[in-house]
Design a protein around this ligand. Structure first.
Ligand code: NAD
Length: 509
């Protein structure tokens, strides 16, 4: 398969400017933050980084906006999100361009990311009329017991480069209908798409007459994030990124008794059982492992295949990998775009070296591509590595397209291998054996937050709650009842009798 050579940096810069113009956003020209593109590995624009004082002002403005927003009826808050969803629909192509330019995603995946944003807006609009509390049977006569959900406060959203807009939208659409203003600190690698999203919310805010500070964007590196983390006016810090980041953020928010929602690294696995439909499994595995150039939190990193089918399945996998078109993420037909940075490519190279030192055999991939054509970019061949055991490198998340293959003999062993890593985000089993499928989903099966049958580990829908266990951080975002993390619960006891009856039959006076 021939590689597609990407366009030059000037061309990418023009495309970025055109997308920003179409959205109506103006570049905050200045210093402190560089917008760059992994397509060529070169710089696009110099931008103003948010200062400490500007962050302070933003948090204060959000706190003031909260006082108005929390008593705005939830369906009226939903109108803001409805309008945002309309604007996202109208600019789906422009936003997808910016995602491709900054995160390196191929076109269909970038469009898919914007689709997810539209979907969560639709979901949140419905949610704005469904923030239900429970009515509970009281043990006392003439009493009513109920729970009410109230807005929580300012939500600080810290997001990663690889889903630069979808993760923001999961948090923002839900937080806004829950009555919480949002202060967003996007990844320093993706300021342009953040600028565009921020501009579209500002427009929606103006059109529906919401308080301007219900949504603000802060541009900068982790220092800006740290200011949000340490500020007790930020009621919830929703942070998506590496486990290293979560390990730093979690205790700091806890120290001030703030609320934290952590969405951290994954080390996702699929079990392929002897009864599996191997054509379907192959398709699912290649998309999950090589898609997004291995840069999804749900990317498939470990394949646990039954020994009886391992050789056949791995041969087919290697053949499919050899045909993967690498290169320009804008070009039709490309399936693997660039890695986000040279550091990511170096991380991949080192992981492969360690895997070999730990007894692994690289069956395909691992090399650099398009080195002469785009010397500053990092295009790599997705790799498949057969491992003798689940060694130290296999237990780590390397944010690059490396798929480690392990074999098993019985299903208990497959589950033990599957769960034998520190992370717990996404998992799947390919099988036509109902007992195996149900066992995988059962309490003593996969220990992940996402457990699938006959589908890969990546590509979740917004309707379900998204997140994972163990070092993935335990947070849940997006659909189902994830909204509860953005609200505070009040338990109400109302005495409508003329007696003061104490609970548990306590008598006093
Ligand atoms: P990263 O941890 O380097 O950065 C993520 C964000 O955190 C950035 O905005 C960064 O500026 C900020 N940050 C870093 N250190 C901080 C600190 N000490 N205090 C406050 N903010 C801080 O991650 P990345 O390289 O952008 O993204 C890749 C990682 O994100 C992978 O590990 C991936 O698995 C994970 N991820 C997880 C999910 C999920 O839902 N579980 C989704 C997407 C990405």
């Amino acid at each position: 398969m021939t590689d597609t050579v990407p366009p030059g940096t000037d061309n990418v810069r023009e495309r970025a400017s055109a997308a920003l113009d179409a959205v109506g956003a103006t570049l905050p020209v200045g210093h402190g933050l560089t917008a760059r593109t992994p397509i060529t590995g070169e710089d696009l624009f110099e931008l103003h980084a948010t200062t400490e004082q500007e962050t302070e002002d933003a948090i204060a403005a959000a706190e003031a906006a909260f006082r108005v927003w929390r008593t705005t009826p939830a369906p009226a808050r939903g109108e803001l999100v409805r309008r945002l969803g309309d604007l996202l629909r109208a600019h789906q192509g422009d936003l997808a361009d910016l995602i491709t330019i900054e995160a390196g995603k191929i076109r269909s995946e970038a469009l898919g990311e914007v689709q997810e944003m539209i979907d969560i807006c639709d979901f949140a609009v419905g949610l704005s009329r469904q923030l239900y509390g429970r009515s509970i049977a009281s043990e006392r006569p003439g009493h009513r017991l109920a729970e009410t959900w109230h807005p929580l406060g300012v939500v600080g959203v810290i997001s990663a480069f690889n889903f630069p807009a979808a993760v923001w939208s999961w948090n923002t659409a839900v937080a806004l209908v829950c009555g919480d203003p949002v202060v967003w600190k996007p990844s320093e690698a993706t300021p342009l798409i953040s600028l565009a999203c921020g501009h579209l919310v500002d427009r929606a805010v103006r059109e529906v007459g919401a308080p301007p500070a219900v949504h603000q964007v802060l541009f900068g590196d982790r220092r800006v994030g740290e200011q949000l983390v340490d500020d007790s006016r930020v009621a919830l810090v929703s942070a998506t990124g590496s486990t290293r980041m979560g390990r730093e953020v979690g205790p700091r928010v806890a120290a001030r008794f703030g609320r934290c929602l952590l969405e951290l690294g994954g080390n996702n696995a699929s079990v392929v059982a002897p009864s599996a439909d191997l054509d379907l499994a192959l398709h699912g595995v290649v998309f999950a492992a090589a898609g997004t150039a291995g840069q999804r939190c749900t990317t498939l990193r470990r394949l646990i295949v039954h020994r009886s089918i391992a050789d056949e399945f791995v041969d087919r996998l290697v053949a499919a990998y050899r045909k993967l078109p690498v290169g320009d993420p804008f070009a039709e037909g490309t399936l693997v775009g660039p890695l986000v940075s040279a550091a990511a490519a170096e991380g991949m190279r080192q992981a492969l070296e360690k895997a070999v030192a730990e007894g692994g055999e690289v069956l395909v991939g691992g090399g650099a591509r398009l080195v002469d054509e785009v010397p500053n970019a990092s295009y790599v061949e997705p790799a498949v590595v057969r491992m003798p055991e689940q060694s130290a490198i296999v237990r780590q998340e390397t944010f690059a397209p490396i798929l480690y293959v392990l074999t098993y003999d019985d299903f208990d062993e497959a589950i033990a291998l599957h769960n034998g890593v520190p992370q717990g985000l996404s998992s799947s089993v390919f099988t036509r054996d109902q007992q195996e499928a149900e066992r995988f989903l059962a309490a003593d099966g996969s220990d992940c937050g996402i457990t699938n049958v006959n589908i890969g580990t990546s590509g979740a829908e917004i309707g379900g709650a998204f997140g994972g266990e163990k070092e993935t951080g335990g947070g849940r975002e997006s659909g189902s009842d994830a909204w509860r993390a953005y609200m505070r619960r009040a338990t109400n006891t109302v005495n409508y009798s003329s007696e003061l009856t104490l609970a548990q039959n306590v008598s006093f006076l």
